[in-house]
Design a protein around this ligand. Structure first.
Ligand code: PLP
Length: 376
């Protein structure tokens, strides 16, 4: 088994040293600073892992359940603290999927599951979200794709990269489809809590015995560098298998990540941080929508949740070369090409970064880049 590089990561690797002057693709809220936590940190905290729980700090697991609305529905034993939602997905997929198993994925979607499934030798079945249907997940096609051969279904809700959201009724329908064939249903909720036009969808870990919820402090709370996330699943075997795989990679969660995440998720602090994230995210989104409404050459389906969406380029412009053109002089503006999601006619636009982000600068450079870009 060898994990192959995905175009999204390839682009990030190639461009990390490019030092852009503007970014039109911030995918997370403005990040807090370490200093924001100092008062609550205990200087006598031993930086050892002795006496630590292999599945995470008990208080942190309690906060994780509360923010997911799973208090009293799932138990702390159903939670495993991980190095971000990325590790959470990794542990669940690598342990549950075997060669020749089928996994049903959405496209466009978060590429991690496909990369890992291919490395395992599993068969990938894709269900396509189309822009003309507002990037909605076609449930009739999901029903066709899920068969007795399906071992796992992987979705992100809210969806990365379109910002579409599955509501409770839709999720219940997908749970029924999964249950009919006994498939694992993994829903990555890394963007949950930033819904712009409706309530937060319920977490599948509370809806289905084989429901797996993954999430983290990375996006809405802007703490991606902390590398702290979680898996929630009522199946004790899955949590145990995840702990076993993790023991053979990073062994245990990092204590600083857990301690700081525990502070960040304390109810009052969490409410305040989420209120700020929602206020600033919706202000940036309003600015982006206003700007896009005035553009002849660019349009998007405004994300219903989260901080990213796909902007549609005019015919004849391929997002890969265009993103590189925009990163060069004189624009020096970073955004992700939609080709990272098999959407070569789109670019990924982000409204993260909070109040401090200078969206205007990036957007005016993007407009200039579009005017200057040589057309075929
Ligand atoms: C859908 C989705 N899942 C997982 C991740 C990884 O997040 P984390 O920093 O929690 O590992 C991201 C980050 O971009 C994401 O968008």
């Amino acid at each position: 088994m060898k994990v192959k590089i995905h175009t999204l990561f390839q682009y990030l690797l190639e461009t990390t040293q490019s030092k852009p002057e503007a970014i039109v693709g911030f995918s997370l809220s403005q990040s807090p600073r370490l200093g924001d936590f100092l008062e609550e940190l205990d200087p006598d905290l031993p930086l050892d892992w002795n006496n630590q729980n292999f599945s995470g700090l008990p208080e942190l697991k309690g906060h994780v359940l509360r923010q997911a609305g799973l208090n009293g529905i799932c138990a702390p034993k159903d939670v495993l603290i991980t190095a971000g939602a990325a590790e959470a997905n990794y542990l669940a997929i690598m342990q549950m999927l075997q060669p020749d198993d089928e996994i049903v994925l959405e496209t466009p979607g978060w590429p991690q599951a496909e990369v890992l499934a291919k490395a395992i030798g599993a068969k990938v079945i894709k269900v396509t979200r189309v822009e003309a249907d507002n990037w909605r997940l076609p449930l009739d096609q999901m029903a066709e794709a899920i068969t007795p051969r399906t071992k796992m279904i992987f979705l992100s809700n809210p969806n990365n990269p379109t910002g579409d959201v599955l509501d409770e009724t839709e999720l219940r329908e997908i749970v029924r489809m999964a249950d009919r064939v006994g498939a694992w249903l993994l829903v990555d909720e890394v963007y949950a809590g930033l819904e712009w036009d409706g309530p937060r969808a319920p977490s599948v870990a509370g809806m289905y015995a084989r429901g797996i919820t993954t999430g983290s402090v990375s996006k809405a709370l802007g703490m991606q560098g902390l590398r702290t996330g979680w898996i929630i699943c009522p199946d004790a075997g899955l949590i145990h298998d995840a702990v076993i795989l993790r023991e053979n990679s990073s062994e245990i969660m990092n204590i600083m990540g857990e301690v700081i995440a525990e502070i960040a998720l304390r109810p009052e602090r969490y409410e305040q941080a989420m209120e700020k994230a929602r206020r600033e995210g919706s202000a940036n989104l309003a600015q982006m929508n206003k700007w896009l409404a005035a553009q002849d050459e660019l349009s998007w389906i405004s994300p219903r949740a989260g901080l990213i969406g796909l902007g549609r380029l005019p015919d004849g412009i391929d997002s890969g070369p265009f993103a590189r053109f925009l990163l060069g002089d004189p624009y020096r503006t970073f955004l992700l090409p939609g080709s990272a999601y098999d959407q070569p006619q789109h670019i990924r636009l982000g409204v993260g970064g909070g109040a401090g982000v200078n969206l205007e600068k990036g957007l005016s450079r993007l407009a200039q880049g579009l005017r200057d870009y040589p057309r075929s």
